[in-house]
Structures are given as structure tokens and as C-alpha cells.
Write a protein that binds this ligand. Structure first.
Ligand code: NDP
Length: 448
């Protein structure tokens, strides 16, 4: 079988069967484009339809989520859960609450999650879910009623050995609490391991809140170390100001770097003194305010709603907001300003054109699958603690996270070198290393 035409045929089938799901097509193409060398060495995977099965989710759920707002008006949202692959373990992946959520977005995220989870080396499969519900501007009571209604349908598909959701955009500690409460009430089971991202006092893990941001910085640090560099004294730009972004800022500062800009969906903020983390956390985690309020609280900082955060010159960029936020023109600006490394804290924040430009310019590029795997890895650690009814210290858990990120980095480089001859090709390394683990398990488990 000709490997390239096999891959092309699988991709064409993805497009034909999933019309209009642009982000899913993009995520599938990104992985499939890397797999030729893996299939050359393992023709048995092509012969047993591994790719055809991998691009088709095992199960896709779409459901109505009715709830009542504070004015007594009935609202209806749409809920999703895509259980993509259980080859390595129970489906695992976050829930996203954002008005842009649709089936194609959930599928792109679920597909990415398969390979990311495989890269962590843990026994977790891939899935993702969410809703087009917008928590912004909603009261705690509205968010609670929405979460309860969402879980009233979803609970029947979950279980610590079946499907274990976590947070993502718009789903943080508050939402996980409400979701867990409703699951417990309906099932009459204190099944701690059914959701991750819980608060530390009732089954959560230390470092889960910090894990994705910290992990992305660790990954960038490992990439920089291959060139004898580090964060110390470097200018850094972080996009977003949510969970991933805030803890990326925290870890960059701990390593001696200076984050000079961050953003939200209304614009970006420049603070040449380095982002004041206490102020940022108070605005985003306590008051749920806009990033522009930072500039009001600290007049030396500047807010702009024109251009993008990537116009701010930096040595290292950490996109931590959302998919396709780094467009070609942003990559051009970054390269022109001398960026050394880009590590994706978010999922697929860089467009294919931007990634190509980084590659041409010799910029170190860490794809999200590898660079943001720290979040799900720490969710895996939360599941381990839940299963053992144990609770590890912050230091113990952070040491595990940093070891996982080091291993993911080493694995990517070794695989890239072995399958493409260039250890710096983290895209190839992450895709092939993740794929090989999943494909081996699928082959062993028969045609299911
Ligand atoms: P949050 O909801 O906590 O924060 C998201 C941030 O991104 C907010 O600052 C938000 O701004 C901004 N943002 C969202 N959409 C846009 C947009 N269209 N343009 C500009 N800014 C935008 O989410 P997380 O921090 O949890 O997630 C961020 C990314 O990281 C996502 O891609 C997610 O899939 C990925 N990720 C998250 C993990 C986790 O553990 N949480 C794990 C692995 C990946 P605003 O408030 O204005 O909307």
C-alpha cells in the first residue's frame, strides 16, 4: 500500500464525513501529515485500518441543556461529549463552556487529546466536551443551575473507569464543584476519580490549577536548554489571562524571566515592569474582571484593543488563549522581533501558516500536544491519588509534573530524530510518539 495515498484518502474521508468542521479537519491534517514515516515502518497499522478507526470517535453525544436564568426565563444550550479513544484508558479530557463551542471544535480538541494523553505515558484515553453556554456575566446561581442540568444528562456516560472530564475554557474550580456535586447527588456515590480539577480540600490534587501553565514553561525551558539558553533575563509574551496564562506567568517569573504582556478577548496589556501577578490574579480569579482594569489599577501599564499581543517584542512567546489566535501576520511580527521559542499553552493556537514560518526561521516550536500536556498529566496524578485515597504534597506533585514534562520533551526529540532525522522537529516527534503508543494498543485489542 502506498503510504502517502493511504494518508491522503483517510484525510479526504475525514473532510467528506465531517462537513463544515474546519477545526477538526485542521487537527486531523496536522497529525496525519506527520505519520508517513511511522506507517512506512509499521505497514501492519495501515493494513488493519488504524488511521480510519482513529479519526472516527468511538462515541459522540449531543444533548439539550435546559436551565432557568435569574429572571425566571427558560434558556436552552447544547451539550457535547466526544469519547474519541479508549485504547489506553478511560476517556479523559476537559469540558469547555464558550459560545463558540460546536461539534467540530469538540472533535478537534478530543482528537488532539488522544495523542497528548498518550505522550504523558499514563493510562488515559482521549475525549472532550462542553457547551455553547457562556458563563461570562452569569451569576453563581445561574452557573450552578446550568452545571446541574448539564450533569443530569452527562452523568450516565461518566465513571472513573469510563470517562473522566476536567476543566477547559470557561470551566474552572467553581464549575467542577457544581458538576461534581450533581454527579454525587444523582449517583449517590462519592466517586472522586470521576472528575479532575477538584479543590484540594475534597479530592483535588495540589498543582492541578497551576499544572498546564507551569508545564508549558517547563517544556519551553527544556527546548531552550538544547541551545544553552533559559528564561533568565528574557522578555516573554503570554496570550490570554485565564487559568493557563496566569500560571505560565507565575512560573516564568520564578525562573527569572519577565512577562511584559498578556491579553483577553477584548485586547492586550503591556507592563514593562513585568506583569504584577497579584493584581492579575485578583482581577481574573477573584473579580472576574477585564484585563483593561489592570491598566486602570496600574497607570504605568498600557491597554490596547488594536493589533495583538504578538506585536510586543519578545524572546519567548507562550500562546495560552485559544485556537488559531497566532496568524501568519503575528508569526511574521514575532520572527521579525527575534523570537527564540514558541510553546503552545493553548490547544492549536498557532495556524499552520504560523507554524511553517517558525520552522523556516529556525524558531523552537513546542506544539500544544506536548507543551500543554502538564494539565492532563496532573489530572492523571489526581486520579492516582483518588484511587489510593491519598493526598500528596505540593512539592511531591510538582516534582512528578516536572519529571513528566522532561520525559515528554525527551520522547519528542528522540522520536523526531529517529523518524525524521531532526530532533528539533517537535511536531513530528509529538505526533509520531503519541500515535505509536495508541496504535500498538489498538492493534493488540482487535478490530473494535
Ligand atoms: P480560561 O477560560 O481560564 O481562559 C481563557 C483565556 O483566553 C481568557 O483570558 C480568555 O479571554 C482568552 N480567550 C478566549 N478566547 C479568546 C479569543 N477568541 N481571543 C482572545 N482571547 C481569548 O481557559 P484556560 O486557561 O483553561 O484555557 C486556555 C487554553 O488552554 C485553551 O486552548 C485550552 O483548551 C487550553 N488548555 C487548557 C488546559 C487546562 O488545564 N485548563 C489544559 C490544556 C490545554 P476572555 O476572558 O476575554 O474570554
Amino acid at each position: 500500500m502506498n503510504v502517502s495515498s493511504h494518508i491522503e484518502a483517510v484525510y479526504e474521508e475525514v473532510r467528506r464525513r465531517n462537513p463544515g468542521e474546519a477545526e477538526f479537519h485542521q487537527a486531523a491534517a496536522e497529525v496525519l501529515d506527520s505519520l508517513a514515516p511511522a506507517l512506512e515502518r509499521h505497514p501492519e497499522y495501515a493494513e488493519t485500518g488504524i488511521l480510519e478507526r482513529l479519526v472516527e470517535p468511538e462515541r459522540q453525544l449531543i444533548f439539550r441543556v435546559p436551565w432557568v436564568d435569574d429572571q425566571g426565563k427558560v434558556r436552552v444550550n447544547r451539550g457535547f461529549r466526544v469519547e474519541f479513544s479508549s485504547a489506553l484508558g478511560p476517556y479523559k479530557g476537559g469540558l469547555r463552556f464558550h459560545p463558540s463551542v460546536n461539534l467540530g471544535i469538540v472533535k478537534f480538541l478530543g482528537f488532539e487529546q488522544i495523542f497528548k494523553n498518550a505522550l504523558t505515558g499514563m493510562a488515559i484515553g482521549g475525549g472532550k466536551g462542553g457547551s455553547d453556554f457562556d458563563p461570562k456575566g452569569r451569576s453563581d446561581g445561574e452557573v450552578m443551575r446550568f452545571c446541574q442540568s448539564f450533569m443530569t444528562e452527562l452523568y450516565r456516560h461518566l465513571g472513573e473507569h469510563t470517562d473522566v472530564p476536567a476543566g477547559d475554557i470557561g470551566v474552572g474550580g467553581r464549575e467542577i464543584g457544581y458538576l461534581f456535586g450533581q454527579y454525587k447527588r444523582i449517583t449517590n456515590r462519592y466517586e472522586s476519580g470521576v472528575l479532575t480539577g477538584k479543590a484540594v480540600g475534597w479530592g483535588g490534587s495540589h498543582v492541578r490549577t497551576e499544572a498546564t501553565g507551569y508545564g508549558a514553561v517547563y517544556f519551553a525551558q527544556e527546548m531552550l536548554a538544547t541551545r544553552g539558553e533559559g528564561f533568565d533575563g528574557r522578555r516573554v509574551v503570554v496570550s490570554g489571562s485565564g487559568n493557563v496564562a496566569v500560571y505560565a506567568v507565575e512560573k516564568v517569573h520564578a525562573l527569572g524571566g519577565r512577562v511584559v504582556a498578556c491579553s483577553d478577548s477584548s485586547g492586550y496589556l503591556v507592563d514593562e515592569d513585568g506583569i504584577d501577578l497579584e493584581l492579575l490574579k485578583d482581577l481574573k480569579e477573584v473579580r472576574r474582571a477585564r484585563i483593561s482594569d489592570y491598566a486602570e489599577a496600574k497607570p504605568a501599564a498600557r491597554f490596547s484593543d488594536r493589533g495583538t499581543v504578538y506585536d510586543v517584542p519578545c524572546d519567548i512567546a507562550l500562546p495560552c488563549a485559544t485556537q488559531n489566535e497566532v496568524r501568519r501576520e503575528d508569526a511574521v511580527a514575532l520572527v521579525k522581533n527575534g523570537v527564540r521559542a514558541v510553546a503552545e499553552g493553548a490547544n492549536m493556537p498557532c495556524t499552520p501558516e504560523a507554524v511553517e514560518l517558525f520552522r523556516e526561521a529556525g524558531v523552537l516550536f513546542g506544539p500544544g500536544k506536548a507543551a500543554n500536556a502538564g494539565g492532563v498529566a496532573t489530572s492523571g496524578l489526581e486520579m492516582q491519588q483518588n484511587a489510593a485515597r491519598d493526598s500528596w504534597t505540593f512539592e511531591q506533585t510538582e516534582a512528578r509534573l516536572s519529571a513528566v514534562m522532561r520525559d515528554v520533551h525527551t520522547d519528542c526529540r528522540a522520536t523526531a530524530e529517529a523518524y525524521g532525522g531532526n530532533a528539533d522537529d517537535y511536531v513530528l516527534g509529538a505526533n509520531v510518539a503519541g500515535f505509536l503508543r495508541v496504535a500498538e494498543a489498538m492493534a493488540a485489542q482487535g478490530v473494535i
